[in-house]
Write a protein that binds this ligand. Structure first.
Ligand code: AMP
Length: 658
């Protein structure tokens, strides 16, 4: 796709401004990052910019700061005290607007609640909450006292919540009675109750009253937040932590069944997010910024909470579903709050594309100035639709590539520095201070326009400190594939202009509607069903969600495939992992195709599900297993035999998309 010459007058700067900055950042990276870091408030300046004991990086060593001070206190002490920090809208339509001074008051009171519950510096606090203001307030309150938060996405099940709490060793859990989603109440407290039966480390639980559904609290271990707030002090001194004190642990999927607890620092993480936010979104004092991600994912951590608030920006948070009560809910929100920067996912854009432009006509989107996309590759067609119909052909689109592990944006257009030509479908160039490349199997730079592995060639400030409790896994997952380089797990192409085109994952990780889901995690969940003997999970290309989940499963001897089996396996996966991981298709097979050494050849299953050519199967123990899989999958699609189950669990069969 050719580059687009766009009329972005506002972003015209002296040509080469970007390249000059980029080149200097790569020539003298430590000087460059030190200069960026000086934009934040430090209570003690660092002794060393970078300590690199490969593969462990420590940034701004010896410097002390406090993330809550940076995101709240320093604004509340200036004219920004009356500026809006958070515009929040609940799904039922209730609204809360928090100024920086209100946020300051609240984080202090919440920090006092945490302290009164016995939480101190270095303690872990699990947050299992809907998208309500209490979630960012608790995150900031943890940071204020030096506690480390672990936010667990509210779409995860009791088992998944318990696994994360146990791995991190949380002493306290904060949850809510419920949260609103598509008009229904998500019973968070009862899910948390089930999780807590498996979590010996949790001494105390705090419950936020949100949905007013009936729940039972077990005192003294469990308390309502509003009761605890009555005893709270109005001020808690921010704990000054060393730059590499962990700010949070966030779990993400990897190639084994066990999720990885990604640990982020305070100083490096904030510096990275502070500067990239300015470069990428060109944030201005008057901006109204909305990132539609859930705070349960890294995008929400960095792009709803830490980066906007560190800038003293106004950030919009919406609790509910995009299409509730009607398909134009998001456009209504943009109009209502005068959103100027809108950051969302390709899946959301493609979903809206499918509904046509009529829904947009009712809304004035003229406040929008800049658009962003994250989480998966955006296809040029969706990019252009976004550009034309949402951005009115006047807003640049920043396609931002990054990961939970990178902490902040790594590849993206940077209108805040200079708006270089945009290419729909490409994330563009690496941001200053970040060096990425595409390499072949031998670790050598891949020729331009040829697919290879995307790697990061040197440490960056937002880089993870490690995997919680597992340094060996950290080394193996990221530093063993390409010697000397961080391995992202993505395939990419670098074009003739040096622009990166990210093609998707090269490992056993799926990206379903932008959510990262490990096939191994799903397979472990599937085989924990008493009637499933073996299972293999693959991704199938989906025109809206990017990928959908297909499970191939062999049942225990004597159990016959049936629609009931599909339903039972689907609801089992929902209860083990959560709604986020519910399979789109379940195909029961008599055998899984395996190599002579007994390894399931997922490549074959993926080809069957995607209607691709099967390729070489000579390594298979028995090639006839492929025919069996093809036949079973065909029957599934035609609705014959066990195939009548397709999408059963979702209530209605979907139309075939391909
Ligand atoms: P997560 O850690 O859940 O944010 O997922 C990170 C993964 O999402 C990356 O490794 C990519 O596979 C994918 N991803 C994120 N942003 C983009 C993007 N702008 N273009 C293509 N893929 C992306």
């Amino acid at each position: 796709m050719a580059e687009l010459s766009l009329p972005f007058d506002r972003w015209h700067y002296p040509v080469k401004k970007f390249y000059d900055l980029y080149d200097s950042s790569i020539e003298e990276p430590e000087d460059f990052w030190a200069e960026q870091a000086r934009q934040l408030d430090w209570f003690r300046t660092w002794d060393r910019v970078l300590e690199w004991e490969a593969p462990f990086a420590r940034w701004f060593v010896g410097g002390t700061l406090n993330a809550c001070h940076i995101c709240v206190d320093r604004h509340a002490k200036t004219w920004r005290r009356s500026k809006v920090a958070i515009y929040w809208e609940g799904e039922p339509g209730d609204v809360r607007v928090l100024s920086y001074s209100t946020l300051y008051r609240e984080v202090n009171r919440y920090a006092s609640v945490l302290k009164n519950c016995g939480v101190g510096t270095g303690d872990k606090v699990a947050l299992y909450l809907p998208m309500i203001p209490e979630l960012p307030i608790f995150m900031l309150a943890c940071a204020r006292i030096g506690a480390i938060h672990t936010v667990v996405f509210s779409g995860f099940s009791a088992r998944a919540l318990a696994d994360r709490i146990n791995d991190v060793g949380a002493r306290l859990l904060v949850t809510a009675d419920g949260g609103f989603r598509r008009g229904k109440i998500l019973p968070l407290k009862s899910i948390a109750d089930e999780a807590l039966t498996m979590c010996p480390s949790v001494e105390k639980a705090i419950v936020v009253k949100r949905a007013d559904n009936s729940v039972t609290l077990n005192p003294p271990k469990e308390s309502w937040l509003h009761d605890l707030l009555e005893e709270a002090d109005p001020y808690v001194e921010p704990e000054l932590v060393e730059s590499n004190h962990p700010l949070y642990v966030l779990y993400t999927s990897g190639t084994t069944g066990k999720p990885k607890g990604i640990v982020h620092s305070t100083g490096g993480y904030l510096v990275h997010n502070y500067v990239t936010y300015k470069w990428v979104f060109d944030i201005r004092e008057e901006s109204v910024y909305w990132c539609t991600a859930d705070i349960g994912w890294v995008t929400g951590h960095s792009q709803i909470v830490y980066a906007p608030l560190a800038h003293g920006a106004a950030t919009v948070i919406y609790e509910g579903a995009p299409d509730y009560p009607a398909i134009d809910r998001w456009w209504d929100i943009i109009e209502k709050y005068g959103v100027t920067i809108f950051y969302t996912s390709p899946t959301a854009i493609r979903t809206f594309m499918g509904h046509g432009e009529e829904m947009l006509k009712k809304h004035d989107l003229s406040t929008l100035e800049l658009l962003g996309s994250v989480g998966e590759s955006i296809n040029p067609e969706a990019w252009l639709w976004f550009y034309r119909h949402i951005g009115g052909e006047r807003c640049p689109i920043v396609d931002t590539w990054w990961q939970t592990e990178t902490g902040g944006i790594m590849i993206s257009p940077t209108p805040g520095i200079e708006c270089l030509p945009l290419k729909p479908g490409s994330a563009g160039l690496a941001v200053p201070g970040v060096e990425v490349d595409v390499v072949d199997e031998a670790g050598k730079p891949a020729p331009r326009e040829q697919r290879g592995s995307l790697v990061i060639k040197r440490p960056w400030p937002g880089m993870l400190l490690g995997i919680h409790g597992d340094p060996e896994r950290y080394k193996k997952a990221y530093w063993s594939q390409v010697p000397g380089y961080y391995y992202t797990g993505d395939y990419a192409v670098k074009d003739g202009d040096g622009y990166f085109w990210v093609l998707g994952r090269s490992d056993e990780v799926l990206k379903v509607a932008g959510h990262r889901i490990g096939t191994a995690e799903l397979e472990d969940a599937a085989v924990s069903h008493p009637q499933v003997a073996e299972a293999a999970v693959v991704g199938k290309t989906d025109p809206v969600k990017g990928e959908s989940i297909v499970i191939f499963a062999r049942l225990q001897e004597g159990i016959r495939p049936s629609a009931d089996q599909t339903k039972s396996l689907t609801s089992h996966i929902r209860s083990v992992v959560g709604a986020v991981a519910v399979p789109d298709e379940v195909c029961f097979v008599p055998r899984l195709p395996k190599t002579r050494s007994g390894k399931v050849l997922r490549r074959v299953l993926k080809a069957v599900a995607n209607d691709d050519s099967i390729g070489d199967v000579t390594t298979l123990e028995d090639e006839s297993s492929v025919q069996e899989v093809i036949q079973a999958y065909q029957e599934l699609k035609e609705g014959k035999g066990p195939g009548a189950q397709k999408n059963y669990a979702k209530g209605k069969p979907k139309k075939e998309k391909r």
